[in-house]
Design a protein around this ligand. Structure first.
Ligand code: C5P
Length: 232
């Protein structure tokens, strides 16, 4: 009997406009190597992951040097140069490109290139929580702050109850065929879970970690450095 394998799929075709830097945020240096390289090495260090696929823009000028510098991790790594205009399209193109390699019931863990704080322990926690799950799920954190909805001028109009609210992280882990179908059928989602939810299914929320945050603004790099050094 075929036992499902686990594949990592990293969409890395974004430009990271809010980072206001010269290059996309996944290629900024963090602790001596590019952000994306941390992510690739984490998946390589996780015995569970059979292979890692990275989706980049067709004209990406940085990825070849990164692969060359990845040492043994490069052996279980394939670059797909078919990034799309949105994250959803980059992931969908990646899924289509691995159609021959992945079976319908294999798991795909989609992870943002700009979340270098992922650890093998988090990957394993997610996979173990979803081993027999019929839907799949994602790392996420319960919202702890009081939430405000603003009106123009940056003034608080109402307080949004935070009960039952989670902040989605990645990896988001679903079976290959279900995820490909869900992403093909929707247009306006910002993560894989959103596409699965639109099918009427309920992905499982598995507690992630604050260190697995997404680099978005310039000062986020300094925070990521602290996490890497184990100070936070
Ligand atoms: O821009 P944002 O932070 O939401 O991007 C999340 C992830 O999706 C990043 O890893 C980024 O490189 C990727 N992405 C992509 N293709 C796009 C836009 C974003 O692969 N067109």
């Amino acid at each position: 009997m075929h036992s499902p394998r686990h594949f990592a799929l990293i969409p890395a075709a974004g430009v990271g406009a809010r980072m206001a830097s010269g290059r996309p945020k996944q290629y900024l240096p963090l602790g001596g190597k590019p952000v994306l390289q941390h992510v690739i090495e984490t998946f390589h260090a996780s015995a569970l992951i059979a292979h890692t696929f990275v989706v980049v823009s067709p004209g990406d000028p940085y990825i070849d040097a990164l692969v060359a510098a990845s040492g043994p991790a490069a052996q279980r790594l394939t670059v797909i140069r078919e990034g799309g205009d949105t994250r959803r399209l980059s992931v969908l193109n990646g899924l289509r490109a691995i159609r021959g390699a992945a079976k319908d019931d294999d798991w795909v863990l989609v992870h943002d290139a700009a979340r270098p704080g992922l650890t093998p322990a988090l990957v394993e926690r997610l996979a173990a929580s979803l081993r027999d799950d019929p839907v799949g799920g994602l790392l996420a954190l319960p919202v702890v702050d009081t939430l405000k909805r603003s009106v123009e001028g940056g003034r608080a109009e109402t307080t949004v109850p935070r009960e039952g609210l989670w902040a989605a992280q990645t990896p988001q882990m679903f079976r290959y065929a279900l995820l490909a179908r869900a992403l093909a059928q929707t247009a306006d989602v910002t993560d894989e879970s959103g596409a699965i939810e639109q099918l009427g299914l309920k992905p499982k929320l598995v507690e992630g970690s604050p260190r697995n945050f997404k680099l978005t603004l310039p000062h986020d790099l300094a925070l990521a450095e602290l996490h890497l050094k184990g100070q936070q």
